[in-house]
Design a binder for this molecule. Structure first.
Ligand SMILES: Nc1ncnc2c1ncn2[C@@H]1O[C@H](COP(=O)(O)OP(=O)(O)OP(=O)(O)O)[C@@H](O)[C@H]1O
Ligand SMILES: CC(=O)N[C@H]1[C@@H]2OC[C@@H](O2)[C@@H](O)[C@@H]1O[C@H](C)C(=O)O
Length: 399
């Protein structure tokens, strides 16, 4: 038998597995690396987060990725080069982190790599007749496996698409396994570039569980800040938005898109929510004259209304607790806006559930890898075509 397959077989049979989860999101702030310890699988999963770090990306790397990210026309050679480069680069960042933590690569069983999304194209967005839902993550797993010497599972989203999903959100699987709680309706709200949430009903009825994207997130705020204030990457502590006042006409115009009417679950990305989207909304609402501060306040309000509107629409009057994660939870005006729009909702964060909110997405990918190795497909019930019952991840062997 192939020695590496034998090792994989051994890992699957171990009582405890050490898994590194990786996430590189739409914000391009850095690579999230979570070193996790797993015992069990399925609803018996026990996960301990041993270490976590975000390895920041430098300007050159951000520029390289931005040149192809969510663009319909790109230099195909760049995409080809980046696919290999990102894999190697991520391997280097993992090696550095392991060194800092004093952990040997031989003590890590597998890596779970999300890769870098460069294009997300659900059929509802691309609208090309005869073409399926599609999504593309680069940073090939073979380069990570060879660069670290660790078996790597990667490219989780393709199986989801192949089985009838849109390739996202994948959070539903890990959220269900790690955070479901009897008698408590939980909303796991992640505010990254794009905001998404998972509904975990307290009756643990899997057929009611779902995850969905709700719109931005930070992506439009980040893009606008970067355009208006070169050298600034995001509106740290809402400093800019707090100097402005939101414009109701602009907020309404930003919300004027069929995406917001579509049923859950649905997915989106900066392919839709980008600076052209903002320019069109400003033109339509005759708000091109607004100061950058007022536009920032309006974008902040827009994200809050989109998030709270989606929650209200799907949950009605039922009681629920919100557990925040993702960088947007550090934006005080955004959180204040969301709380004001959802009076009565309890808002906490995932640290209270034992997982740092910045680490949560990387932990979720580690959980998907654990399931791929030792789990069984979760059945979310009939009619859940968009939450397929599959195990995900492609295997790259380091020899
Ligand atoms: N102190 C802060 N004040 C305001 N915003 C902040 C702060 N800290 C982080 N953010 C926001 O969080 C973003 C990073 O969030 P995160 O790392 O969750 O995104 P991501 O994982 O790339 O996104 P996605 O989940 O959509 O892939 C930053 O770009 C910024 O907009
Ligand atoms: C295609 C893609 O990379 N989507 C990401 C993105 O970032 C947030 C939101 O958009 C979500 O749908 C997804 O990531 C999370 C981890 C998910 O799949 O659950």
């Amino acid at each position: 038998m192939n020695k590496m397959l034998e090792q994989l077989f051994k890992v699957a049979g171990k009582e405890k597995r050490t898994i590194i989860g990786l996430m590189s999101g739409t914000s391009l702030d850095g690579l999230d690396i979570a070193l996790c310890e797993f015992e069990g699988n399925g609803t018996q999963t026990r996960m301990k987060l041993r270490e976590f770090v975000t390895m920041p990306y430098d300007e050159t790397f951000k520029r390289e990725v931005k040149a192809v990210f969510s663009k319909r026309e790109v230099d195909l050679e760049r995409v080809c080069l980046l696919n290999a480069y990102i894999g190697r680069f991520h391997a280097d960042l993992i090696n550095k982190s392991l060194q800092t933590w004093g952990v040997e690569s031989a003590d890590v069983d597998v890596i779970a790599s999300h890769g870098q999304t460069i294009y997300h194209a659900p059929a509802s967005l691309h609208g090309v007749a005869g073409m399926p839902d599609a999504t593309l993550q680069i940073g090939d797993g073979d380069h990570i496996a060879m660069g670290t010497g660790i078996i790597t599972l990667s490219d989780f989203r393709q199986k989801h698409v192949a089985a009838g999903g849109e390739g996202a959100p994948l959070a539903v699987y890990g959220d269900y396994l790690l955070f479901s709680e009897q008698d408590q309706n939980r909303i796991m709200l992640n505010i990254g570039g794009i905001a998404n949430f998972t509904f975990l009903p307290g009756d643990l009825d899997t057929s009611r569980i779902f995850s969905t994207d709700v719109g931005p997130g930070n992506t439009l705020m980040d893009a606008y800040v970067q355009q208006q204030f070169p050298g600034t990457y995001y509106d740290a502590d809402s400093a800019i938005a707090l100097k402005g006042t939101y414009n109701q006409a602009l907020v309404a115009s930003l919300l004027y898109h069929p995406f917001f009417e579509q049923d859950f679950p649905k997915t989106t990305g900066p392919e839709l929510f980008n600076l052209s989207y903002l320019a069109e909304a400003q033109r339509r609402s005759d708000t091109e004259h607004l100061s950058p501060e007022d536009v920032m306040a309006s974008l902040n309000r827009f994200s809050a209304v989109a998030i709270s509107g989606a929650l209200t629409r799907s949950l009605g009057d039922s009681d629920f607790e919100i557990f925040l994660s993702g960088g947007g939870m550090h934006n005080p005006l955004l959180i204040q806006n969301i709380k004001a729009l959802l009076p009565g909702a309890t808002v906490r964060d995932t640290a209270e559930l034992g997982v740092s909110p910045d680490a949560k997405e990387a932990v979720l990918f580690a959980t998907l890898a654990n399931e791929c190795l030792v789990g069984e497909p979760i059945e979310f019930g009939p009619g859940k075509r968009r939450v397929p019952s599959v195990l995900m991840g492609k295997i790259s062997l380091p020899e």
